[in-house]
Design a protein around this ligand. Structure first.
Ligand SMILES: Cc1cc2nc3c(=O)[nH]c(=O)nc-3n(C[C@H](O)[C@H](O)[C@H](O)COP(=O)(O)O)c2cc1C
Length: 225
């Protein structure tokens, strides 16, 4: 079983990366092959609306037709059993790079055809459970106040329909800088951030392990059908 983690943050050693590495550590422990992909290493853009994947008799088989540095990564994702996409929240939305990746992953697998039972057709038979890990500066009560979960549910909904299964994990109140003394801020205090990190981040890392465990279980169920 192969688990791919995709980092939609430019930072390779901060919250999103740590959450993904925690999930991959657990996946390895469970005997899976793992790989971490840093999206910011690759020059790529989102979907260009070429609609090659929607042509009559299209042979793209769920893989984006546009040949660039992202395509081999998308191909790997189609061979994976579980995908985890880590994304920082930028202005209430998952980072642009993570969304560009998702456009290119989901659109070719999805279809404009409707099955007789009303469900949308998928261009591949295989179901690939996908987990989203969202990291954000705001504390949990603010996340609830601005209703991030409702905003982010749209992405989960599409992914659930197209990939076969999706779920989301939220990591709030992240410790954003390695040295707070260098930065200008009054919105929070370093003490507040440190206390929260010391009390909660371990729990978040553990939630990432539990997430991947559930996704692997789901993939096993799909493989047995
Ligand atoms: C351009 C930008 C926009 C941001 N917008 C938000 C936001 O709307 N809500 C929020 O809670 N945090 C926001 N943040 C904070 C990031 O989500 C936070 O720093 C997160 O930990 C980044 O992930 P990383 O630590 O893996 O890099 C923003 C950060 C940047 C750089």
């Amino acid at each position: 079983m192969k688990v791919i983690a995709v980092n939609g943050s430019a930072r390779k050693n901060f919250n999103t990366a740590k959450m993904l590495n925690s999930a991959l550590g657990k996946a390895k422990e469970l005997g899976c092959e793992t790989e971490l992909i840093n999206l910011y290493d690759k020059p790529f853009k989102g979907c260009i609306s070429c609609f090659a994947c929607k042509l009559k008799n299209s042979k793209t088989n769920g893989l984006c037709a546009y040949k660039d540095d992202l395509r081999p990564i998308l191909e790997k994702c189609l061979y994976a059993d579980v995908i985890i996409l880590g994304a920082p929240i930028y202005y209430d939305m998952p980072s642009g790079v993570s969304r560009s990746f998702l456009e290119r992953l989901l659109f070719p697998i999805g279809s404009y055809h409707v099955n007789p039972d009303g469900t949308s057709r998928r261009e591949i038979e295989k179901k690939i459970p996908i987990g989203f890990i969202y990291c954000m500066n705001c504390p949990e009560d603010y996340m609830d106040e601005v209703d991030y979960k409702t905003i982010l549910k749209h992405q989960e909904g599409y992914a659930n329909r197209i990939m076969g299964y999706a779920e989301s994990l939220y990591c709030c109140n992240t410790y954003q800088f390695s040295d707070y003394s260098k930065y200008d801020f009054t919105l929070f205090t370093e003490e507040f951030k440190r206390k929260y990190r010391d009390e909660h981040f371990e729990i978040d890392l553990n939630n990432a392990k539990e997430l991947v465990e559930r996704l692997i279980k789901k993939a096993n169920e799909f493989n047995c059908k």
